[in-house]
Each structure stands twice: as C-alpha cells, then as structure tokens.
Write a protein that binds this ligand. Structure first.
Ligand code: ATP
Length: 272
C-alpha cells in the first residue's frame, strides 16, 4: 500500500461513522521488547476495519504479526502508537479498570490455551463467564441459543475429556459467545483440528455472524479457514499487504503467494 493510500485509509477509518465497524485499528505500531535483546517490530502501521456483522480473517505466515494484532484489538496488549477502537470506544481513553470491563462485557476471546475447566461439565464451562460476572447479565433466551449452537444436547452434561477435540473447541467458542460480545476475537480457532472438526468450528463462527448478529475477527495460516470469512486481510512482516472481499480458497492462496513474494522486497526497501 502506498504512503498516500495508507494515509487516506487512516483518514477514512478515523472518520468512520459510528456503528459501521465493530473494531478499527488505525496506524497501529507495536514492538515486543525482550530483555537484553533487540525489539521486534510486530506491527508496523496497521490499518484495519472490521465491519459490524461480518467475519474478517487475518492471514499470514508465522511471525507476520497476527496474534499481536488480535491482542492489540482485544485490549490485551497496548499498542505503541496508533488508534484502536471497539465500536465507538477508543481503547487509549480507558484506564485499566475500564479496559477490563470492556473486555468482559464487549469482547469474546477464543485464544490458544483458553482451555475448558476439566472438572466442570460442558454446560458449566459455557456459562462460566456469566456465572462469574453475576447472574442476570445475559438473558435466558440468549444462553439457550448459544448452548444450542454448541451442538449435541447429550454432550452438555459431560466433562471436556469425554468430548472430541472439535466439540471441545466448539464449547470454547460457545463460552466466548455467552456474554453476547459485540466482537468475537479468535486466534487460530481451528489449529490442530482435522478438516471435519475444523468445519464444525467454522460453522459455529459463521452461525455467530449470520444467525446471532455477532462480528468475528480471526487469524489463521490456513487459506481454507480464511476463505470462510467475508473479508480476508493479508498480513506480512507487520503490514497489511492486501485485502479481499467474498474470498474463495483459490484466490486466497494466489494472493497469499503474491503477498509472500512481495514482502521481502518491501522489507528491503524499509531497511534502506
Ligand atoms: N512476547 C513476545 N516477545 C518477543 N517477541 C515477540 C513476542 N510475541 C511475538 N513476538 C514476535 O513478534 C513477531 C510477530 O509475532 P506474532 O505472534 O504476532 O505473529 P503470528 O503471525 O501470530 O505468528 P504465528 O502464526 O506463528 O503465531 C514475531 O517475530 C514474534 O517472534
């Protein structure tokens, strides 16, 4: 993206009318500092808009900055510079307490390592966030919809170890949806699953958008997963390299290859 286009994109994103976007990142930069080592620039000025009621997939190779982007969008990691908005709220205006409340009330998280609690049943796992936050915050109708969306009713009173890996991931997905979040942020939601199980998880994410009116921001390395999104954003070396609407898998693969071959040249230019 040229400097002028990027500046225009930032202006457009910054002026976006309220409600149109569930999340916006405007010129976000983020470096990771390691003790004694050089800082790693994970995001180098990322502009990204996630339209309300869509599924947006960020795709890129390992180290492209996908997880850092998702963590910044979720308010889990502060950006070094740039703007991050969830709905109309600018994260930089929030203190730690308000940020915690925003994450609890408005964002659903499906992140690696967010495993189910082994001692609880599937139903208890799914409703855990609302039970911890205090009953009554979410209406029974919504809870029932989410529990039904998880899938087989006869699995609800089982422990996580009795489920298939796909069912466990779907339960984690339902748990992320139970608080009726404006946006569900899912990092590699199908990682480690076979095609069938991955399809079941993707079906639930699609349902969250089409039937439940949620917005999904996800990250993946898998072109098939990305092709199930409404918009695909290609990330490489901490930059947005390309975007694609209404993707098909073949086109995602083509653009991935194109982005990957363009990235080193871009990188070389930036270092001069
Ligand atoms: N906590 C951290 N400390 C130091 N460097 C980090 C940290 N987290 C990420 N990085 C570095 O930042 C860059 C982007 O990492 P990130 O995990 O965001 O990429 P990714 O696209 O999600 O990769 P993957 O697909 O492998 O998860 C990488 O070079 C990574 O090594």
């Amino acid at each position: 993206m040229s400097r002028t286009t990027s500046a225009l994109t930032r202006k457009a994103l910054g002026n976006a009318s309220p409600g149109r976007f569930a999340a916006r990142l405007i010129g976000v930069r983020k470096s990771h500092r390691t003790p004694g080592g050089p800082a790693v620039e994970a995001l180098r000025g990322v502009d990204l808009a996630v339209p309300t009621g869509t599924m947006v997939a960020v795709i890129g190779p390992s180290g492209a900055g996908k997880s850092t982007l998702l963590h910044c969008a979720a308010g889990l990691t502060p950006a070094d510079s740039g703007g991050i908005h969830v709905g109309e709220t600018s994260l930089s205006t929030l203190n730690e307490r308000a940020l915690t409340r925003l994450r609890r009330d408005r964002i659903g998280l499906l992140l690696p390592g967010f495993d189910l609690v082994p001692a609880l049943t599937v139903r208890e796992n799914i409703t855990l966030p609302v039970d911890l936050a205090g009953r009554g915050r979410v209406d029974a109708g919504w809870s029932n919809r989410v529990i039904t969306a998880f899938g087989p009713a006869n699995r609800l009173d089982r422990r996580p170890r009795e489920l298939t890996p796909g069912e466990r991931r779907r339960a984690a997905c339902a748990r992320a949806l139970i608080g009726r979040p404006e946006i569900l942020i899912a990092d590699e939601p199908t990682a480690g699953l076979d095609t069938r199980a991955a399809d079941e998880v993707l079906a639930l994410l699609r349902l969250a958008v089409s039937d439940m009116g949620r917005t999904v921001l996800t990250a993946t390395r898998d072109p098939y997963v990305a092709s199930r999104a409404d918009i695909v954003v290609f990330l490489g070396d901490g930059r947005v390299l390309d975007r694609l609407s209404a993707p098909d898998q073949h086109e995602v693969l083509l653009r991935m290859r194109r982005s990957e071959s363009a990235a080193p040249a871009r990188h070389r230019r930036a270092e001069r």
